[in-house]
Design a protein around this ligand. Structure first.
Ligand SMILES: Cc1cc2nc3c(=O)[nH]c(=O)nc-3n(C[C@H](O)[C@H](O)[C@H](O)COP(=O)(O)O)c2cc1C
Length: 351
């Protein structure tokens, strides 16, 4: 979709009312966010470099990938590395997963000591390795354990506490409706609802009606999540659910502009697509951040992956993406990128 051809006039009157909502900011406990548009946790993707790019392009808050509470209390090097943060990405929400109240409590303390501005608990992950241990989405079928975890973490956690939930352990039983209330009673400061059940994985469509239903039952902010793939969807989600904020995940991969585009649309401006030059700059910034954080050798190894992210579904990209699969050295990758972006610029393509 060409973003420049999507003027705000396409918004329906009810959607216009929601525009200001996204710009209004979001209060999560004692933390005031500058807008209501936040970045989702994405395991294997939302590392520090990715998060900084998202913040630079307008995400009001970013979230770490999910971090094992066990790994944290055992001080595992790799797990602790997920807590690495910098002032530029602040405020950072650190998401932890686990199924033992004492372990979760201690892990929360470690995350906060490392700089988390918000502590988020994962109650939605459908990955077998995680649910087998009773953690992630499996918390949705163990309400008493879930409550004990929240109560203990709340007692110990000195920063705002949030929970990210799917709708239920089974597709036909949207337990999120009751568990969100339970979480509020435990002192949780905001709830994110991904409108899919655990067995759904990423299939089907996110159920925004359930997000709206949760919103009617709570006093604390509800952040809606699932299937915002274009800026206008953020406004549509707010309209449909009356949620207080929106969280964007997959659409931000290789596309940090989605955040500024949502904000532009919310301000009544046409969401502007990045020019080929801006795309190049973002890719280079991402690469430079990776080089600083992980060293140039590892960053170079990840360059091809970055290029695949940042060129997904662009015109002429399939040939470019095919061509770079056999290129390994940095300078050839950059030369191929320049050729591709020149072609994009020549065609006047800005999406
Ligand atoms: C690759 C990948 C990794 C994810 N990792 C996490 C995670 O660590 N914690 C979490 O709560 N959700 C995780 N999710 C779910 C997303 O945060 C989000 O809820 C989901 O993708 C729906 O939002 P979207 O349609 O905007 O992508 C992940 C999703 C993907 C695709």
């Amino acid at each position: 979709m060409d973003m420049t051809s999507a003027p705000p006039a396409i918004l329906q009157p009810a959607q216009r009312l929601q525009q200001a909502g996204l710009l209004k900011g979001l209060q999560i406990g004692s933390l005031s966010l500058e807008s209501s548009v936040v970045m989702a946790p994405l395991a294997g993707i939302s590392d520090l470099a990715f998060r900084i790019l998202a913040r630079r392009h307008g995400a009001a808050m970013v979230t770490s990938e999910m971090v094992s509470a066990h790994g944290l209390i055992q001080r595992q090097k790799k797990t602790l590395s997920y807590l690495r943060t910098s002032a530029e990405e602040s405020p950072l929400a650190v998401q932890i997963f686990g199924a033992e109240p004492a372990v979760m409590e201690e892990a929360a303390r470690i995350a906060v000591d490392a700089g988390a501005a918000v502590l988020d608990i994962n109650a939605g992950c459908p990955v077998r390795k995680v649910v087998r241990t009773g953690a992630g989405g499996a918390l949705l079928k163990q309400p008493e354990l879930f409550e004990r975890i929240l109560a203990r973490v709340r007692r110990r956690c000195s920063v705002p506490l949030t929970v990210k939930m799917r709708t239920g352990w089974s597709h036909h039983s949207p337990v999120v409706l009751d568990l969100a209330r339970m979480a509020e009673e435990c002192g949780v400061d905001a709830i994110t609802v991904h409108g899919r059940s655990v067995p759904q994985g990423f299939g089907g469509k996110a159920d925004w009606d359930i997000i709206g239903e949760v919103k009617t039952r709570l006093r604390i902010p509800v952040i809606g999540n699932g299937d915002i793939t274009e800026p206008v969807h953020a406004i549509a989600m707010m309209e449909k659910t009356d949620c207080d904020g929106v969280m964007i995940g997959r659409a931000a991969i290789g596309n940090p502009w989605i955040f500024s585009q949502v904000l532009a649309l919310s301000a009544g401006l046409p969401p502007r697509a990045p020019s080929p030059e801006e795309r190049r700059e973002a890719i280079l910034s991402h690469f430079e951040l990776l080089s600083e954080l992980e060293g140039s050798t590892r960053a170079a190894r990840r360059m091809r992956g970055l290029l695949l992210w940042y060129t997904k579904s662009l015109p002429f990209s399939s040939r470019f993406r095919g061509a770079i699969t056999s290129i390994t050295d940095m300078s050839s990758l950059m030369a191929a990128l320049d050729l591709f972006l020149d072609k994009l610029a020549a065609a006047g393509a800005t999406h």
